[in-house]
Design a protein around this ligand. Structure first.
Ligand SMILES: [Zn+2]
Length: 255
C-alpha cells in the first residue's frame, strides 16, 4: 500500500466518476459520450475544462451554470465523490493486481448502471456486454481457459436462478416484479463471483431495497423502484470484502 497511489486512484476516480455519469445519462438515449463535448443541460452552452473539474467546479460555481446561472444537477458531483472513494478502496483492498482490474470494472458498472437505472429505469445492454467481455478476458489472462469456462457456467447458472425468481415473483404477485436488465446483469455477476455468492447478493440487495421501496411506494407514490443499484452495491460489497462460501455456510448454521 502506497499513499501516493491511493491519492492517484482517488483523483482518477473523481474524473472517471464524471465520465461515468455522462455515459449513464447518454447511453440510453444513444447519444455520443466519447467525442462530443459536455454541455449545460439548460442553455446547451459547451462547458470549458474549468467547468469540468470534478467536485471543485460544482463547489466553486455554487452549483450554478456559469453561463445561464441555472442550477446544475448535483448527481455528477455525488457520483464523482463516490467513484473516487471506491477507486481508492479498490486499490487499498487489492493492490496492483488482476483483482484490482475486476474491482475497478465492478465500480464502473455500479456507477454507470446506477445513473441510468435511477434516471430511466434502464440497465443498458451495452454495459453488460462490455463487462462480460472485459471480465472474461481478465480471467483468461490471469487464470487460464478452464477458469473462463467455469466463469461462463457460473454466469449461466446465476442468470437462470434470477429468471426463476422472476417467474416465481410474477406468479405470486400477479405483476411484473423484475426488469429484464436485472436478470441479464446476473450473468455478469456469475462470471466474477461464485453463483452461490451471487444468490447471496440478490438476497442482500433485496434486504437493502426493501425499506427504501416501501418508503417510495407508500410516501411518494412511486410505482417502479430501480433494483439494479441495490444489486450492484451488494455485489460490490461481496467482492470487496472477499466473502467466501464457507463463511456464508457458517453464518447459515448459526441461524
Ligand atoms: Zn447553462
Amino acid at each position: 500500500m502506497n499513499l501516493a497511489f491511493l491519492i492517484i486512484f482517488f483523483v482518477l476516480g473523481l474524473y472517471m466518476g464524471s465520465f461515468y455519469t455522462v455515459v449513464g445519462l447518454r447511453l440510453p438515449n444513444h447519444e455520443n459520450f466519447i467525442s462530443s463535448r459536455s454541455y449545460c443541460d439548460t442553455c446547451h452552452h459547451t462547458l470549458s475544462l474549468l467547468d469540468m473539474v470534478p467536485v471543485f467546479s460544482y463547489l466553486f460555481l455554487k452549483g450554478k451554470c456559469r453561463y445561464c446561472k441555472c442550477n446544475i444537477d448535483g448527481l455528477s458531483t455525488y457520483m464523482e465523490i463516490f467513484t473516487g472513494i471506491l477507486f481508492a478502496l479498490s486499490y487499498f483492498v487489492f493492490g496492483i493486481s488482476y483483482e484490482l482490474l475486476i474491482a475497478l470494472g465492478i465500480v464502473t458498472m455500479l456507477i454507470t448502471i446506477s445513473v441510468s437505472d435511477m434516471r430511466y429505469y434502464i440497465i443498458p445492454d451495452e454495459i453488460l456486454v462490455f463487462f462480460s467481455g472485459f471480465f472474461l478476458i481478465i480471467i483468461t489472462i490471469s487464470k487460464g481457459v478452464s477458469a473462463t469456462i467455469w466463469a461462463l457456467l457460473g454466469g449461466l447458472i446465476l442468470f437462470l436462478c434470477m429468471y426463476g425468481i422472476m417467474l416465481l415473483g410474477n406468479f405470486l404477485f400477479k405483476k411484473e416484479t423484475l426488469g429484464g436488465g436485472d436478470i441479464k446483469m446476473m450473468f455478469v455477476f456469475g462470471i466474477v463471483i461464485n453463483p452461490l455468492l451471487g444468490l447471496f447478493a440478490i438476497f442482500l440487495g433485496s434486504v437493502l431495497a426493501l425499506p427504501l421501496s416501501f418508503f417510495l411506494m407508500v410516501k411518494k407514490n412511486q410505482k417502479i423502484i430501480p433494483f439494479g443499484p441495490f444489486l450492484l452495491i451488494s455485489f460490490a460489497f461481496i467482492y470487496f470484502t472477499r466473502i467466501d462460501i464457507s463463511k456464508i455456510v457458517d453464518f447459515l448454521r448459526l441461524l
